[in-house]
Design a protein around this ligand. Structure first.
Ligand code: ATP
Ligand code: MG
Length: 351
């Protein structure tokens, strides 16, 4: 089976609608036909919240709960806890030699994050390094496909570049070899492709940034019905009168498109565009109801994971996957080291 690797960073106590439409929906659909690896980047969470280890740990558990609530299946897919996979850290260092420093620093996703998260000049060395680490996260599992949101495309490009460079430099893959033929030609790494979800970038409730766990502009999968209603009702629509059009790029406009059935969405958009009287409050209620219908089954499954028993179940799920994850990542590391002339002693991890 072809492989998938993707993941989430435990920077908040759960996932949001942007994750759902940007990546989780794809994971659910592809879970049937791919060998899937879903990674929790708990080490990378320290790049922006090193002073909050307890929070990162709690968030990690919460995100696995969300995965289970959404329907990711640990029997079919491998859940990967980044901190338990030593090969990833080693690959990070090895791959760093093939990634130009300035290219990382010019990465538009990092630049946006520095600005949006107000990291200023004080972010740690580890922050830009996560872009290199993410290449290792991905390549450790030698996937064909990486289901992500649009904001990750620059990272996937970096990952593809380093995979190609590695295969050419250490595995004698010709620079005219087609991407799809790299492994056949002797390369360690398949060249992975990004697969962006139905909505590549769901805008946040603020209408400025993408919906993001760290920016306080998200509707979380664990939000209550009331939370969702309240959050949607507070969207600023910037219409001077009830017959003015809904400005393009307004979050409500995107949510109408994404969460309402397409016929109803077209009808509402036509009313807004045609100068008809439209009361935003009514539309917001309709959008909130649609979001609540989507979230209802997830809430139900998540509620079953409440309390200490739920937490224990999550820990077991994580543990159960560790050997499977390490087996693949160790195999990759050994292949990588051999290609680099570093293959002296093969080791065993977690067996
Ligand atoms: P942080 O603010 O800490 O970076 P995040 O909300 O961006 O958190 P990540 O864990 O970085 O979440 O992203 C996990 C996955 O979800 C990635 O594939 C990312 O592209 C996707 N994703 C995140 N936010 C959105 C969004 N608003 N729209 C579409 N996809 C998204
Ligand atoms: Mg992010």
């Amino acid at each position: 089976m072809p492989r998938i690797l993707t993941g989430d960073t435990p920077t908040s106590a759960g996932l949001h609608l942007g994750h759902y439409v940007g990546s989780l929906e794809n994971r659910l659909a592809l879970q049937e036909s791919y060998d899937c690896y879903f990674l929790i980047a708990n080490v990378h969470a320290f790049t922006t919240m090193a002073e909050k280890p307890a929070e990162i740990r709690a968030n990690t558990i919460a995100i696995v709960k969300d995965w289970l609530a959404v329907g990711l299946d640990p029997e079919r897919s491998t859940f990967v806890l980044q901190s338990e996979i030593p090969a990833i850290a080693e690959l990070t260092f090895l791959l760093a030699m093939l990634i130009p420093f300035n290219k990382v620093m010019r990465n538009p996703t990092l630049k946006t994050e520095i600005e949006a998260k107000g990291l200023g000049e004080t972010y740690p060395f580890g922050f830009p390094m996560y872009a290199v680490g993410q290449c290792a996260d991905i390549l450790a599992f030698r996937p064909d496909l990486v289901p992500v949101g649009e904001d990750q495309e620059a990272h996937i490009e970096l990952c593809r570049d380093v995979a190609m460079k590695f295969n050419q430099l250490y595995c004698h893959v010709n620079n005219r070899t087609l991407e799809a033929d790299h492994v056949k030609a002797g390369g360690v790494f398949p060249i992975p492709r990004a697969k962006v979800g139905r909505v590549g970038r769901l805008v946040g409730l603020d209408g400025k940034n993408k919906m993001s766990k760290s920016l306080g502009n998200a509707i979380f999968l664990y939000d209550t019905e009331k939370d969702v209603e309240k959050k949607v009702s507070k969207i600023v629509t910037e219409r001077p009168t009830t017959t003015s059009p809904l400005p393009e790029g307004n979050p409500l406009a995107q949510y109408i498109d994404v969460f309402l059935p397409s016929e109803r969405a077209e009808e509402i958009k036509a009313s807004y565009a045609g100068g008809k009287e439209v009361l935003d409050g009514h539309i917001k209620k309709e959008v909130a109801a649609a979001i609540n219908t989507l979230l209802a089954p997830m809430r139900e499954r998540r509620a079953k994971l409440d309390g200490p028993a739920g937490e224990e179940h999550v820990l077991n799920v994580i543990k159960q996957s560790i050997n499977r994850a390490n087996a693949v990542a160790e195999e990759t590391l050994w292949m990588t080291k051999r290609a680099m002339g570093l293959g002296f002693v093969e080791r065993r991890v977690g067996v």
